[in-house]
Design a protein around this ligand. Sequence first.
Ligand SMILES: C[S@@+](CC[C@H](N)C(=O)[O-])C[C@H]1O[C@@H](n2cnc3c(N)ncnc32)[C@H](O)[C@@H]1O
Length: 250
Amino acid sequence: MPDPITSFGYRVVPESEKQSLVRDVFSSVASRYDLMNDLMSGGVHRLWKDALVEWLNPRPGWRVLDVAGGTGDIAFRIAGAVRRRGGAADIAVCDVNPDMLREGMRRAHLKGEGGMNWLCADAETLPVAAASIDAYTIAFGIRNVTHTERALAEARRVLKPGGRFLCLEFSRVEAAGLDVLYDRFSFSVLPRLGDAVTGDADAYQYLIESIRRFPAQAAFTKMVEKAGLSRVKVRNMMGGIAAMHSAWRL
Ligand SMILES: C[S@@+](CC[C@H](N)C(=O)[O-])C[C@H]1O[C@@H](n2cnc3c(N)ncnc32)[C@H](O)[C@@H]1O
């Protein structure tokens, strides 16, 4: 039987190849990933991540799974938020790329965040027990997985009844005029910046193309609902450049 096809940015590739292509992208940029996020967004990604954790409102004692957690940005923020409430949470960062996780563990060491678990696994097949997690987060990760619907089904499976799903992802610009400016900036500036900082323009070309291919807010809402998650709410960030989808396992 022929291998089904999927998108890798604007390219069409066999499904069986996508994950290794995505892995190459993030391995190539891992050591410069955090610097590039700051340069590309002028630091705005920090505000979006803060907004995700504020909306999550994590509590001491929770078990939290940050999927596609990369270098730990979301997990560190959750740990900080829970500490400010006078407690601790059981936080695991899961990512398919060992280079991104290695960078995250290095940062955790520098920050004195010793208590986290770092899991190398695919969002589509999480090595996590069913109904065991209070909060599942995924930031700028879901557009990279090969089968979005399988990752969403896994999110539902691992969440406890009453558990929370929160996804932050680039989305569709809904503010008139901003879309044209944003497109120009993305396609002309970002690959060059990526080349200058990481030596890999193609990685950033992929990242932009994958953003454009990802479903818009309403379509992604339907996918989340189809996975069996409920009470989906969406918050746009900067006119829809990014959006957060919140949902619950009832
Ligand atoms: C853009 S980074 C986001 C990292 C981090 N969440 C952040 O916001 O800074 C995307 C991450 O998704 C990871 N990833 C891609 N496909 C994945 C998959 N199928 N399962 C788990 N992680 C995946 C990549 O390795 C990469 O670390």
